[in-house]
Structures are given as C-alpha cells and as structure tokens.
Design a protein around this ligand. Structure first.
Ligand code: AFP
Length: 322
C-alpha cells in the first residue's frame, strides 16, 4: 500500500495539482469527522432553506458545503469554485490555476438512516483570460477534467480518484491520518447481471428504457436469457462505487415526472466526475444520445440523463434506443 502523494508522483501528477488534491482531502477528512458526529452535535435534519435546485437543504449539506468552499478558497490554488449548493460560482484567487466543481454531500436523504453518503469533485484548469467571478469558466466539457473523484463516507472512508491514468482506490488510514492506495487501475467488468435504477419512476420513462428494464426483469425467461439482480442506494457515490467494484449498470433515465425537470443528475457535480472515473476503469458513461463527457455545458447547474457502467451492458441498453 502506498501513501497518496508518492502514488500521485509516481503517476506523474503535477505538483500544484497534488497540492490541490491534498487540500480537497483535508476538507473531506473534516467532513468525514463531522458526519460521524452529526447526531451527537444536533446536526440531523433539514434547514428551512432550499438550494438553487429547489431541494430542501439538510443541515449537514450546509456544513459540508461551507467547509469545502472555505478550505478551497483559502488555499490559493483555485480561481473559483462551483457547488451544487451555491446559486452561482464563487471567485477565489485570480491567479489560481484550477477551478473545482463539487457536490459536498451526495445522497443526503441517506444522512438520517446512517447509510452511504459522499463528496464528489471535479477539477478543470482555470481559463487565464476569464475573470474569477465569471461562471462561464465552468462551461467546459467533462473531457477537459484534469482530475475527478469522490470520497465515500462508509464503514471505511474511501477516496476513488483519477487524474487520467487509471482509476484508483484509497482508504483513509486513521492511524496515521492519510489516504493509502489500496487498489490500482480498477477495472469495471464488461458484463454484468446487476442493474441500479429507481424503479418507482418506471411509468415516467421513455419507451426504450421501459422495454430494456422489462427485458431485464424477465430474466432467463426473456430475450436476455439470464437473470438480473437489482440494487439502489439512492446516493450516486454508493451505486457507482459498487459498479466500480464489481460491475453493473447504473441509470437515472430521462422521465416525465416533472415536465420542468426531465433529468435528475447534475452534469458538473455528479455525471462528469463519475463518467471520468468509469471510463478510466474501462466502463462506459453515456446518455441515450452520446458520451456524457462530450457534452458542452450551457449552464453550471444543468442536469443530464445517465446510463453508465459495464460496457457491454451499456451497449445493450443503448440498443433499445436505436
Ligand atoms: P442529493 O445530491 O440531493 O443528495 O441527491 C442524490 C442524487 O442526486 C443521487 O446521488 C442519487 O442517485 C439520486 O439523487 C437518487 O434519487 P432518488 O431519490 O430519485 O432515488
């Protein structure tokens, strides 16, 4: 097992990016501690506020967001940040080399039930010719990410990260306080018999997704000729971690439940970083129309359809849209 900084140096990650990653991890270690103490410190439950997405914020969402934002902005490494919990981007050091998009606490409906939650982050190079307070700086495709990852606050606090040379697993070793690399170049199996989707939305999906999932449910009596199992953690960090660990297909398809919100997952804070991790591990990350990371963003809070995971299964799903 290797400590984080030597592991990153071995992968030829530039020193300024290593410094930023260490800053991000300092914030996540603090969030991990606050999460573990939340019940004891009266931090369970919701605030009276809604975020820009119209979702009620949990107290821990706010704490995690403030912590992450403050540590990043004070570091001097970032020109601006953009968070799922902020109305717009927030300016940092005008000379900062990077910009960071993040979901400070993904899966917040799991907080009360002491189930999986995590922090997701995505790093791009800052554009030198743009002002630090210009949110348009974040309108860069997922292809331009220089690093992406998540920290999962589970039985172990785990970091899963890529800088473009494979996806690697790290575990927080509380005996020395740092992350140790436990698995290099994780590979998502090409085939799977497991899928993850919120089945309660089935009647709102488009016909191709309805047909695909129906065929999975028919198991060995249907056209797929094999049985499938289903899992749904309701936190993308948890579901994608399972896919990275043992394969699977994860989807949050477009639906007509709320005509003003045909997609649920956020491109910048969820879909792009997870796509980078999945593709670096040999999987696929798509919408029904193309690669997620090819999307040129038009809004920092835009939402996108997600179909990702084991490559042959993603292809099988997309076959229903042709
Ligand atoms: P939050 O970021 O608001 O906690 O939402 C989590 C999430 O965006 C994603 O992580 C899950 O996959 C998805 O929502 C779960 O959605 P359902 O509540 O519709 O199952």
């Amino acid at each position: 097992m290797q400590r984080l900084a030597p592991a990153l140096r071995e992968d030829n990650v530039p020193l300024d990016l290593i410094s930023l990653i260490k800053t991000i991890l300092a914030a996540t270690k603090e969030i991990s501690f606050r999460v573990s103490q939340a019940h004891l410190s009266g931090l369970m439950g919701s605030t009276l506020d809604e975020n820009i997405q119209g979702e009620v914020q949990k107290q821990l969402d706010v704490v995690a967001n403030e912590l992450f934002k403050d540590i990043l902005l004070e570091s001097g490494f970032v020109k601006a940040i953009s968070s799922e919990e902020e109305d717009t981007s927030v300016a940092g050091n005008p000379n900062g080399k990077f910009i960071v998009s993040f979901d400070p606490l993904d899966g917040s409906s799991n907080i009360e039930i002491n189930s999986l939650i995590g922090t997701i982050f995505s790093i791009h190079n800052a554009q030198e010719d743009m002002d630090a307070d210009d949110p348009d700086m974040f309108k860069q495709s997922g292809n331009k990410q220089v690093c992406a990852g998540y920290v999962l606050y589970g039985p172990a606090t785990m970091l899963v990260m890529t800088t473009g040379s494979g996806t690697h697993f790290y575990v927080l070793d509380r005996t020395h306080g740092g992350f140790l690399r436990v698995e290099r170049n994780v590979q998502v199996p090409k085939d799977t018999q497991e899928f993850a989707v919120n089945m309660s939305n089935q009647r709102f999906w488009q016909a191709p997704m309805q047909n695909y999932i129906n065929d999975l449910l028919l198991g060995d009596t249907g056209p797929r000729g094999k049985n499938f199992n289903m899992r749904w953690i309701a936190a993308m960090v948890g579901d994608i971690h399972r896919v990275l660990t043992r394969g699977g297909l994860f989807t949050y398809p477009a639906d007509t439940k709320d005509p003003n919100k045909p997609n649920k997952l956020r491109l910048m804070y969820e879909a792009n970083p997870m796509s980078f991790l999945i593709e670096q591990a040999g999987g696929k990350a798509m919408t029904s129309e193309g690669r997620i990371m090819d999307i040129e963003p038009t809004d920092i809070h835009q939402r996108v359809e997600c179909i990702m995971g084991s490559s042959n299964e993603v292809d099988a799903c997309l076959g229903y849209y042709k």
